[in-house]
Design a protein around this ligand. Structure first.
Ligand code: NAD
Length: 685
């Protein structure tokens, strides 16, 4: 066996077949050393006599999960991927890729440069470049259409979708699914081919122009019309009209340009921030093994959490005081499971398995064998404290107690539990089985093992977890409250809710703050304001409008009206709300003024950034990247800006700094200014 590229690529022969293996743990990312190694390996294969075919495989159960993104911010060293693929195409014998684990991005492009592709069952393939703000740069936009046609290629590339090998086989992207012996099957295919069969030499199969136009519309919509999706679609279409050599040069040119764009840099930032998010420096403790979990409270959150746990393979005991709520909760979970089956995500056996792992009871004793209890009962300190105290008597001493509280003081709850070291916050977002974000709240007494267990559960549920310290609203809701607060002040100052929402949606927020309030229900924030009323500084500016809406029974979508009114589910500006706003301004003696759209956008964002600076200073948030991760995954902040702090440190810096004095003037007494300039300078590096 020979080794190349500092040991990242090996070559050995098996009879008349040469086996080239990429070995760059953990996921065989296509780094500079791998590319160098592959070129040297193919040169060595040329020197071998009597070789009839080559198998290209990955070690450790993964072909190549993608290119090494760390290299993308600087000039790429030679050789680059297109030269490696050219070397494969120029070899005189057929090369067959043996795909397992993942063949994504540059990894899948490498395989498309081969003469055939054999995959192990369940291998994931795809070209997810567009989700990183770039385009495939090593022939993906040209070779994929030659195998799958224009409509499918447009959809696959612009949506960045990964697909299982079984589906890729149907689309003609791979040749066969192997049984036990992947490399053997690849070797046999190489010999069967008997000669070269380069994808680049094929013609793009003809497609109905209407089908292409429809696929492009759909593709660009999924790609949110971002620059990478637009460029990728243009390149895919080029495959049908331009020579392959010319189109490959154009693709590379676009790739080299776009990978250095602000958007691609921001998307790489959030990609790495998500990987770093759940890490805590100095945390060495091993997580406890968690199998049985009790979820207390079968309301909105309890149901979503229980279902997410079942999907992840846990045994779940659902406990709810109110027997009707318990029955409703169980029914909702059964409904979610059967939806999964109807959509083909799980089979009949899995349905029975999931429901078999669920038990439902109105007796707290049902939690007595749990390794972990997650409470999602009413947001009330008295109710939660009593529950934790009761649980402490019922569950084994090592059982961890987790609270889904949104705002309450976790340390007080931990104190009530009798086992503060075994209490942690697991703050899920609604709907809990859909939203990616999880805040793992570390109380003053939370042990390392308890924290590690909370983080491990997040991974098991495939959530993106950040660690938050104890403080009103933890990280996400605290920052969001500052953002929403400015939005409400804007409405008193002269804007209307739909103007503020439109300005922030034009910026890229998935939904404006008033539409979000209506969706989640105005009563949640109302309850919190009532709770804080006694301790609020009377000099602080207080916008009464949301209270007035609640008092009028306008709690949002669920009551058919909130900041907007909802006819047939559609949100519409409501003249009654406008009248309420004008009357309230007159009663409070405020002079309303026209507020520019830019101010509607910048003040809430600047307030968010300011609160982030404070939360970081207080150690409530661990690192700026966590805040970006939280807002992208939990609050609909546009991913292409890299999160609110990345945006503020780059494109948004002058807008944020200019808006901060306005935020301060609007907020009045009690406003605290964070060290925003220093933070943004630090992030911008
Ligand atoms: P909910 O009112 O829909 O459900 C709470 C359920 O708990 C009710 O069915 C109630 O009967 C039950 N319950 C109350 N006391 C109980 C007890 N002692 N034992 C067993 N069951 C009991 O509330 P929700 O919206 O699901 O919120 C639950 C928790 O999750 C709250 O702490 C809330 O702040 C938090 N949370 C809510 C959201 C959200 O958007 N709804 C998001 C994140 C976190």
């Amino acid at each position: 066996m020979d080794q190349f590229g500092a040991g990242t690529v090996t070559v050995r022969r098996d009879g008349e077949v040469a086996i080239v293996v990429i070995d760059n743990p953990p996921v065989n990312a296509g780094s500079h050393a791998v590319r160098r190694g592959l070129l040297d390996a193919f040169a060595a294969v040329r020197e071998m006599s009597g070789i009839e075919g080559v198998v290209l495989a990955g070690a450790g159960g993964t072909f190549v999960a993608g290119s090494d993104l760390k290299e993308f911010g600087a000039p790429l060293g030679e050789p680059q991927l297109p030269s490696v693929i050219a070397a494969i195409e120029e070899l005189p014998v057929p090369v067959v890729a043996a795909l397992d684990g993942a063949a994504l991005g540059g990894g899948f492009e490498l395989s498309l440069g081969c003469d055939g592709r054999v995959a192990a069952p369940g291998t994931m393939v795809g070209l997810p470049e567009v989700s990183l703000g770039i385009v495939p740069g090593a022939g993906g936009t040209q070779r994929l259409p030659r195998l799958a046609g224009l409509p499918e290629s447009l959809k696959l590339i612009c949506s960045a979708r990964r697909l299982p090998a079984e589906e890729a086989l149907k689309l003609g992207l791979i040749d066969e699914i192997a049984g036990d012996d992947l490399r053997g099957a690849a070797g046999r295919l190489a010999r069967r081919l008997g000669g070269k069969r380069r994808v680049r030499d094929r013609a793009v199969p003809p497609s109905d122009p209407d089908a292409v136009a429809a696929a492009k519309r759909e593709a660009l919509k999924t790609g949110k019309h971002r620059p990478a999706a637009l460029e990728a679609a243009r390149l895919v279409e080029l495959s049908a009209t331009t020579s392959v050599a010319g189109a490959l040069i154009e693709e590379r040119r676009v790739f080299q340009d776009i990978r250095l764009s602000a958007e691609a840099v921001a998307l790489r930032h959030i990609f790495f921030a998500e990987r770093e998010a759940g890490r805590v420096s100095g945390l060495a403790a091993k997580p406890r093994d968690i199998r049985r979990i009790a979820v207390i409270g079968a309301g909105t959150m309890g149901v979503g959490i229980a279902y997410a746990l079942l999907r992840a393979g846990c045994d779940v005991a659902l406990v709810e005081l109110n027997p009707e709520a318990l029955a409703r909760g169980r029914e909702r979970i059964a409904g979610l499971v059967s939806d999964d089956a109807a959509k083909g995500r799980i089979g009949e056996a899995a349905v029975a398995g999931m429901m078999g792992r669920l038990s439902a009871s109105s007796d707290l004793d049902a939690a007595s064998t749990a390794d972990l209890v997650i409470e999602a009962v009413f947001e009330d300190m008295g109710v939660k404290a009593k529950l934790l105290c009761d649980l402490d008597r019922i569950v084994p001493p090592q059982t961890i107690l987790a609270s889904n509280t949104s705002y309450l003081d976790l340390d007080s709850l931990a104190g009530a539990s009798g086992r503060p070291d075994r209490v942690v916050g697991l703050h899920f977002f609604s709907p809990a089985h859909v939203m990616k974000l999880l805040e793992v709240v570390r109380g003053a007494a939370t042990s390392d093992e308890t924290l590690a267990t909370g983080l491990a559960l997040g991974r098991k549920l495939k959530k993106t977890a950040i660690v938050a310290g104890v403080g009103e609203g933890f990280v996400g809701n605290r920052l969001y409250a500052a953002y929403r607060g400015q939005a409400e002040m804007l409405v008193e100052d002269g804007a209307l809710p739909w103007q503020v929402d439109a300005a922030l949606e034009a910026f890229g927020m998935a939904m404006g703050p008033f539409a979000v309030s209506d969706l989640s229900g105005l009563d949640i924030a109302w309850a919190r304001r009532k709770r804080l009323a006694a301790t609020r500084d009377p000099a602080e500016r207080y916008v009464r409008l949301p209270d007035m809406l609640c008092e009028a029974g306008r709690l949002g979508r669920k009551t058919g009206a909130g900041w907007y009114r909802y006819d047939g589910g559609e949100r519409r500006p409501d003249p009654d709300v406008e009248r309420l706003i004008l009357d309230e301004a007159a009663a409070a003696g405020r002079t309303r003024r026209p507020v520019p759209d830019a101010e509607c956008r910048d003040r809430p964002l600047a307030a968010l950034v300011n609160e982030a600076a404070l939360a970081l200073d207080e150690g409530i948030a661990q690192r700026p990247g966590d805040i970006d991760v939280a807002f992208v995954n939990g609050y609909g902040f546009p991913r292409w800006f890299g999160g609110p702090l990345w945006w503020a440190a780059h494109e948004g810096r002058s807008a944020v700094l200019a808006a901060l004095p306005q935020v301060k003037a609007a907020a009045g007494a009690g406003f605290r200014r964070g060290k925003v300039e220093a933070l943004l300078t630090d992030i911008a590096g």
